[in-house]
Design a protein around this ligand. Structure first.
Ligand SMILES: Cc1cc2nc3c(=O)[nH]c(=O)nc-3n(C[C@H](O)[C@H](O)[C@H](O)COP(=O)(O)O)c2cc1C
Length: 210
């Protein structure tokens, strides 16, 4: 199994999302020694923001691109190739201001590419090209679970679902650890215990598949 693993927390050794993604991959590797990991830390290797040349180049048919356009798309092409070479994905990130870290948004802006991560069928339909095995691990300071007063402010889950749904990921798995900051210590502990139990279940499911 080729796994593409992306971390996005600005925090390093104190990061909960990093610790949880490492924990998941350890659990998976214990059951599947064939797991190969391609790792990207977007808080360090942050993909470039979309600039004007990129916007023109990305919608110019490949055969018509100038050398400058090709150059503008080079890093994005390479990221898409890494994604398309994988058959499973783990994306770990904290919630920042109700949505994703801007480094992960820059990553998304680099990987949603016509004729690479999605294709357009003859009938005009969009056909996503990513493998449908995606785990999002998110960490949140507050508790935004359904039924809580803050649940309507969760702009992270729908944004991830939309972007990856467009690239063919119909049923991603979410493990959301919350509340991890703005709560009593027992609630934080319980949130981590819940997240680890959910990760163990996902690792077991993934280990049992091809
Ligand atoms: C800049 C910033 C913005 C944040 N915004 C939110 C937020 O909107 N909602 C929330 O629940 N927690 C928010 N938090 C808290 C983090 O999501 C939380 O501490 C999380 O566990 C951090 O994950 P990490 O340890 O992997 O960095 C924010 C933290 C930072 C640093």
């Amino acid at each position: 199994m080729k796994l593409f693993h992306v971390d996005a927390s600005a925090k390093r050794e104190w990061s909960n999302s990093r610790a949880l993604s490492r924990h998941f991959i350890d659990l998976l590797k214990q059951q599947r020694p064939d797991v190969e990991v391609d790792y990207l830390d977007v808080s360090v290797d942050t993909p470039a923001h979309v600039d004007e040349l990129f916007t023109i180049a990305t919608y110019t048919p490949e055969a018509d691109r100038t050398p400058a356009m090709k150059q503008a798309l080079q890093a994005s092409d390479a990221l898409c190739a890494r994604l398309l070479a994988a058959d499973a994905y783990v994306f770990a990130m904290p919630m920042y201001n109700f949505s994703m870290p801007s480094s992960f948004k820059a990553f998304i802006d680099n990987i949603v590419r016509t004729n690479l991560t999605y294709k357009i069928g003859e009938d005009g339909s969009y056909v996503g090209q990513l493998a449908d095995k995606v785990l999002f691990i998110t960490t949140r300071g507050a508790d935004l679970r359904p039924g809580t007063p803050f649940s309507a402010m969760d702009a992270l889950t729908p944004a991830l679902r939309a972007a990856f749904g467009f690239m063919g990921v119909a049923a991603p798995t979410f493990v959301d650890a919350q509340p991890l900051t703005f709560s009593a210590a027992e609630e934080r502990e319980a949130a981590l215990v819940r997240a680890k139990a959910e990760l163990a279940a996902v690792a077991g499911e993934w280990a049992a598949t091809r």
